[in-house]
Write a protein that binds this ligand. Structure first.
Ligand code: GLY
Ligand code: MN
Length: 432
């Protein structure tokens, strides 16, 4: 591990040195951030660190921290360890990363000033992290470059992401079992937390757990305590984190054999075929469009829409059933940065008619992406289809019968390598 970490730091230093040189700064200064409070209240929100900070080291609950990188010197860590008897203060720095930093302990946030460069510094952070004399300036060109490079994971990062997958899959296993036992969304959620060892606030994103028709809501945000009278289907989109690196996994289950179960199996086949196309040189926009074409085949083969798949895509019919992007970059953030920009920050446009696609870059080794096609029965979108020119191609009785099942999404996290892709999620399911 420490070997991987040394390599990771060396990569970050190299990238930062080049970005500093290009943008005319001598120091990279990164604020971890400060706690934020509810309006007119003394209750803090859960703390989420500046992702640039957790890129350098796995400190996730350390507000008022700072990292200073000056080319040619060991990185400096300003470590806030207050004398606080209301809360548990951070313990003394420990772990595989400690030996790589020049660490300065401070008791008060303002003491950081004595350790931070005041001139020619690129300061990354939110405005509220400012100290008297060190104010975040977030130089855009430097951010564009660092964000773009964050798309390429180091061996340390891939190791963290593999662990996050295994953590999440433990939760997915018990969630499926709970569903098959008739559990409510809330009970499934609690079983997931228990199995992953996560609390509500350290998940990489809020669990999406939809039974029946709730599975048609893309980011369904509630967890109903009501047990389903007769379970039909479950869509669970739930992740996990290790050292600040996310997993993002979705599975769909049918309670019994039939049309819906067959659709899940058909989409699963197409999803696997799409995962296999995560290869160097592949434009992710083409992969997304290929996903639509394959969904068109699923709809036609299932007898739901009687149209040629190519026309279904060009006429927007597949978008009624699959109204989101095929996937996104993932890493320190679930929807990682720079999915639609080049290293100079120039936008890489989405295909016409696909407004939610989060990734438009061409794949290269080291990138980790999600592949998450969906097939949903969303009443408002179906109503538009029914009112439009292609209504006659649709078997509305079958659609009506599928509405109570909500929808399907199958999502894996996949590493683009020099040759065959590494499917982090399927490997974790095979292991756990
Ligand atoms: N897991 C939620 C999403 O990717 O949008
Ligand atoms: Mn996702």
């Amino acid at each position: 591990m420490s070997q991987h970490y040394a390599g990771h730091l060396a990569t970050l230093k190299q990238r930062s040195d080049a970005a500093l040189a290009r943008s005319g700064f001598d120091h990279l200064v990164i604020a971890s951030g400060v706690e934020k409070y509810h309006f007119l209240d003394d209750r803090p929100y859960p703390f989420k660190p500046n992702p640039h900070f957790k890129h350098w080291l796995p400190l996730l609950q350390h507000p008022h921290g700072w990292i200073v990188h000056t080319p040619g010197r060991p990185p400096l860590l300003v470590y806030h360890q207050p004398d606080d008897y209301w809360h548990v203060p951070p313990s003394a720095p420990e772990g595989f990363w400690v030996e790589h930093f020049d660490i300065r302990i401070i008791r008060e946030p303002a003491e950081a000033l004595a350790h931070l460069p005041k001139t020619r510094a690129a300061v990354l952070g939110e405005a509220d992290a400012a100290l008297d004399g060190v104010v975040p300036n977030n130089p855009q060109a430097l951010l564009d470059e660092l964000h773009h490079q964050r798309g390429f994971k180091t061996a340390y990062e891939l190791d963290r992401m593999r662990r996050a997958q295994r953590r999440a899959v433990k939760g997915h296993r018990v969630a499926e079992a709970a569903f098959r036992n008739g559990a409510s969304e809330l009970e499934i959620h609690r079983a997931y937390l228990e199995a992953t060892g996560h609390g509500e606030f350290d998940l990489p994103y809020g669990n999406i757990i939809g039974l029946g028709a709730h599975a048609a809501v893309l980011h369904y945000q509630h967890q109903s305590p009501a047990r389903p009278g007769r379970p039909l289907s479950l869509l669970i989109d739930a992740g996990a984190e290790v050292d600040g690196y996310a997993a993002d996994i979705t599975r769909s289950y049918a309670a019994h054999e039939g049309d819906f179960a067959e659709l899940i199996a058909a989409l699963d086949d197409e999803q696997l075929a799409l995962c296999d196309l995560v290869r160097p040189g592949k434009d992710y926009r083409d992969l997304h469009l290929e996903g639509h074409l394959r969904l068109g085949s699923v709809l036609r083969n299932a007898g739901l829409v009687d149209m040629d798949p190519g026309s279904m895509v060009s006429e927007g019919v597949t978008s009624v059933f699959f109204p989101h992007g095929l996937g996104h970059l993932i890493g320190l953030q679930v929807h990682d940065v720079a999915g639609r920009h080049d290293a100079l920050g120039r936008e890489i446009p989405r295909p016409q008619g696909h407004p939610y696609l989060r990734l438009t870059r061409t794949l290269e080794p080291g990138m980790v992406v999600t592949i998450e096609p969906g097939l949903y029965f969303i009443p408002t979108l179906l109503a538009k289809l029914q009112a439009g020119p292609h209504a006659k191609a649709v078997d509305w009785d079958r659609i009506e019968a599928l509405l109570p099942y909500g929808g399907i999404r199958i999502e894996d996290d996949v590493v683009c390598t020099e040759d065959a892709p590494e499917n982090l999620t399927r490997e974790a399911f095979a292991e756990v």
